[in-house]
Design a protein around this ligand. Structure first.
Ligand code: MF3
Ligand code: CO
Length: 255
């Protein structure tokens, strides 16, 4: 069931989303070769706590896992796509790309976003993948206007990704966001334009293209969380929480 938000509820989601954006901004200046993904997690959690908020993923039990998630962020390196479990043994090295996904809850409202960072100098190939994935996110956001349908977002993302020679990862999707981290409707990164749930003012959704250089087929590591590309190809992930308004999409995960 899609939950339409009031102006006050959107303000609540805006507040938590702003903290998500702050975390991602702090990490932009922090990510460097030699750090562990656990260090990123600690940094992120410190920013969240400083704002008197809670990390939304910590303790969360998603539908695909019976265990509770043990960290504040997901940190997925290179061929890892999403849900990378932060670890004291995973060290970032020059040339890696690392996708960080952050969720925050404040006063019962959630915000959710992700960004893929270069670690030091990265290859032209990696830069192009990150650029196309971020562009695909914005192509999707542009379609998030009242009167359009979920499929208009999906097909805009898919079209941009595939016309650049990449594949969309189909096993994970975007979602509604509100008093829960995952609400209806699902927002796939592939599908037919003009189909699916009608978008109306007051919907708040997370759009999150996950893009692979290769086939986009994924598997999950024995840790039960970390999703990686089966063919070992690089993957990137960008996400924003947005509100659908009569003045167009409003990106909430900004400072
Ligand atoms: N941030 C993810 C999403 O965008 C959810 C992470 S699930 C967790 O939907 F279990 F890893 F927290
Ligand atoms: Co999300």
């Amino acid at each position: 069931m899609v939950i339409i938000k009031t102006k006050e509820e959107i303000e609540g989601i805006r507040k938590s989303s702003r903290i998500v954006a702050e975390v991602l901004e702090v990490l932009k200046g922090f990510v460097r070769p030699g750090l562990t993904t656990w260090a990123l997690n600690k940094k992120a959690e410190a920013v969240i706590r400083k704002r008197h908020a809670r990390p939304a993923f910590k303790g969360y039990k998603p539908s695909f896992n019976s265990e509770a998630y043990p960290a504040a962020i997901c940190a997925s390196i290179n061929e890892e796509v999403v849900h990378g479990l932060p670890s004291k043994r995973r060290v970032l090295k020059e040339g890696d790309i690392v996708s960080v996904d952050v969720g925050v809850v404040l006063n019962g409202f959630f915000g959710d976003a992700a960004f893929t960072y270069p670690v030091g100098e990265v290859s032209e190939k990696a830069r192009r993948l990150m650029k196309v994935t971020e562009e695909a996110l914005y192509r999707g956001i542009e379609q998030a206007v009242p009167g359009n349908r979920v499929g208009d977002i999906s097909c805009a993302v898919q079209q941009h990704v595939e016309s650049n020679g990449y594949s969309v990862v189909r096993d994970y999707v975007g979602h509604g966001v509100g008093k829960q981290i995952h609400e209806d409707p699902p927002i796939p990164n592939f599908g037919a334009c003009g189909k699916g749930t009608k978008l109306v003012e007051g919907m708040t959704i997370a759009i999150e293209p996950m893009v692979a250089e290769g086939s986009g087929e994924v598997a999950v590591r024995p840790d039960g969380w970390t999703a990686y590309t089966r063919d070992g190809s690089l993957a990137a992930h960008f996400e924003h929480t947005i509100a659908i308004t009569d003045n167009g999409p409003e990106i909430l995960t900004v400072i």
